[in-house]
Design a protein around this ligand. Structure first.
Ligand code: ADP
Ligand code: MG
Length: 213
């Protein structure tokens, strides 16, 4: 990755400068910082473009969610977050790409954690419906909520309210692409200061026209 070379050589230049309070050193630090930011954006863009490859297989969504929760349990940003699982034991196996769905739920849970810096409750819910052959999954937080104005821009690539270096604004755009690839739906409900719920609807079996796109 060319960015790695940029970072490496900038680091070498930094070490060659003996005093750190020069303008040159500050400028090099700026190059490093921005190159690191580029690296994050490039990684997100790569997963954004990889969405076209959908490798569907029978997927146990409950098991997938439990797996992800196990993993996030050890992450620092979830330290203050209480996770509540409300999974329908009778949920059928669905035809989906488990790796892409993993990304969907990881992104949603990370956003939920970011929205609850002082702690809160993250609820994961699965259920059958709202129609036959469909299943619903919800990711609910008790975080800061989303303003009406921001609601309209949520899924737009690069839309973020997070400080520089923290958010790329690609998470929800990626999620939207993955859900559409699955012919599913994603909706959001939010109340400022109360919390946010993202609702996903997925098919038990992928509709046939999927192969042609
Ligand atoms: P990023 O997380 O990099 O900012 P996303 O596409 O994941 O990008 O999210 C875009 C924006 O949507 C966030 O910056 C935030 O303002 C808002 N958002 C997403 N999820 C939540 C949530 N659960 N609670 C509050 N705001 C959210
Ligand atoms: Mg995000």
């Amino acid at each position: 990755n060319p960015l790695s070379s940029i970072l490496l050589y900038t680091d070498i230049l930094c070490q060659e400068i003996s005093t750190q309070d020069t303008q040159q050193y500050q400028d090099l630090q700026m190059i490093m910082k921005e190159a690191k930011r580029c690296r994050i954006i490039v990684n997100d863009l790569l997963s954004f473009s990889r969405q076209n490859e959908l490798l569907a297989q029978p997927t146990d969504l409950n098991a997938l969610l439990e797996e992800i929760v196990q993993e996030i349990g050890i992450q620092e940003r979830f330290q203050e977050v209480r996770v509540q699982m409300d999974l329908d034991a009778g949920l059928p196996t669905i035809e989906a790409d488990p790796f892409q769905l993993r990304q969907v739920f990881c992104n949603l849970m990370n956003n939920a954690a970011d929205a609850m810096p002082g702690g809160g409750t993250l609820t994961l819910r699965t259920k059958k419906g709202p129609w036959p052959e469909l299943i619903t999954a919800e990711v609910q937080d008790t975080g800061e909520g989303i303003s009406e104005e921001n609601m309209k821009r949520l899924f737009t690539p690069f839309f973020t309210t997070k400080p520089v270096g923290k958010g790329t604004g690609l998470g929800l755009a990626i999620i939207y692409g993955i859900v559409k690839m699955h012919r599913g739906q994603i909706g959001v409900q939010s109340q400022m200061g109360i919390g946010t719920t993202f609702t996903l609807t997925l098919h038990e079996e992928l509709p046939a026209q999927l192969d042609r796109e």
